[in-house]
Design a protein around this ligand. Structure first.
Ligand SMILES: NC(=O)c1ccc[n+]([C@@H]2O[C@H](COP(=O)([O-])OP(=O)(O)OC[C@H]3O[C@@H](n4cnc5c(N)ncnc54)[C@H](O)[C@@H]3O)[C@@H](O)[C@H]2O)c1
Length: 344
């Protein structure tokens, strides 16, 4: 709708903050009116950069700053209470992944957004990578036939030194897990989006095999059995020497779809090949020290979220969608901690 302006407030001015702030700068119908961080120096620096007010108490920001949209960029354990507080204050909410630590909190987040009639979105920006879009649209076209099997590999690096610099990562109560809930969640979510079926069961193992100072898992493997009979194998560790490109392979009746990093290759059995990678020309300068591979997909998802508020439609990645991924992640932990198969 022409003329509608939105007033955004961002909670959490850490690593991911620039992705949200710069995304909003790219939308000419949104003003960043406030930022919030318990670390006052971070909040003040962000407010100076984006020419807005700052707060150190998120409730105060929500109550007093005159915002209508709240972005949640804080440690995992805070997503649920912050989203619920914001929804009850009639603010639209977009939260970083994961929705929450516990599945029941994610359910409450969705219910509160519904009860208050506000738009609720969960960041899984990799859906917007051109390669992901190619695989999704090719699967939807039926050209690949049915998916028969899937596999996911994530071998990244999060060292003890990395964990030692954070006051929340590596803990069960604040991060809610390790490689699964924080790193592999993106790739597992993409896999679930591609397969597009309800889950039948999850059977997984988790352990800490290579870190000294963390409580949570640095290794996970298992199978997710979908109701369309696809058995999806996954393997994830964060003790590899570097962040190797993630891999997803979907073996289908009429060909194979592969994701290597963000690059998609679809090889049909009749010899046809389709490829898509990140568009190098589609760049945005997020600021020095910001990881470049995060790319422009945050902007695309955040734009879709605001367009949904304006049109009254559901965002492409809404709370209901996020809840399904959260349920899968929670089931991996549940299975890993109890050594039991978790049926849905
Ligand atoms: N989508 C992605 O690719 C991606 C990438 C990185 C991080 N993330 C997600 O973003 C979120 C934040 O991660 P990060 O790496 O930026 O963490 P971070 O630790 O760098 O930043 C979190 C910030 O929240 C602040 N904070 C903590 N408690 C607060 C409170 N009560 N009120 C206000 N501020 C508070 C901290 O002081 C810190 O500045 C996490 O959910 C993480 O999983 C997503």
């Amino acid at each position: 709708m022409v003329g509608v302006r939105h007033k955004a407030g961002i909670i959490g001015c850490g690593n991911i903050f620039p992705m949200h702030a710069m995304s909003l700068k790219n939308l000419d119908f949104v003003d960043i009116v406030a930022v919030c961080d318990v670390k006052e120096d971070r909040a003040a620096a962000a407010a100076k950069k984006y020419n807005c007010k700052y707060y150190t108490d998120y409730k105060k920001m929500i109550d007093e700053a005159g915002i209508d949209v709240v972005h949640i960029c804080t440690p995992h354990y805070l997503h649920a209470p912050m989203a619920i507080y914001a929804a009850n204050a009639k603010k639209h909410v977009i939260t970083e992944k994961p929705m929450s630590i516990e599945h029941h909190d994610a359910v409450e987040m969705v219910n509160m957004a519904k009860a208050n009639n506000v738009t609720f979105g969960v960041i899984f920006q990799n859906h917007y990578n051109p390669g992901s879009q190619l695989i999704k649209s090719t699967l939807e076209s039926g050209d690949l036939g049915k998916i028969l099997s899937a596999r996911v590999i994530v071998t990244w690096n999060r060292s003890d030194e990395y964990y030692s610099k954070s006051d929340w990562k590596g803990t069960w109560d604040k991060e809610g897990g390790g490689v699964v809930i924080d790193q592999a969640i993106h790739t597992l979510d993409l896999m679930r989006w591609f397969i597009d079926s309800e889950i039948d069961y999850v059977d997984a193992q988790i352990s800490n095999r290579a870190h000294d100072i963390i409580q949570v898992e640095d290794s996970a493997e298992g199978v997710i059995k979908f109701k369309n009979n696809v058995l999806a194998a996954f393997f994830a560790v964060n003790y590899y020497a570097y962040d190797a490109p993630v891999e997803i392979e979907l073996y289908c009746e009429k060909g194979t779809a592969k994701m290597y990093g963000a690059k998609a290759t679809i090889q049909f059995k009749d010899g046809k090949i389709l490829k898509k990678d990140i568009d190098e020309n589609e760049g945005v300068f997020y600021g020095l020290g910001v990881k470049s591979y995060w790319g422009v997909s945050h902007i695309k998802q955040i734009k879709n979220f605001y367009m949904s508020i304006i049109s009254g439609q559901t965002p492409e990645i809404d709370g209901e969608y996020g809840l399904k991924t959260q349920e899968m992640i929670s089931a991996i932990y549940n299975s890993g901690k109890t050594s039991k198969r978790i049926y849905f």
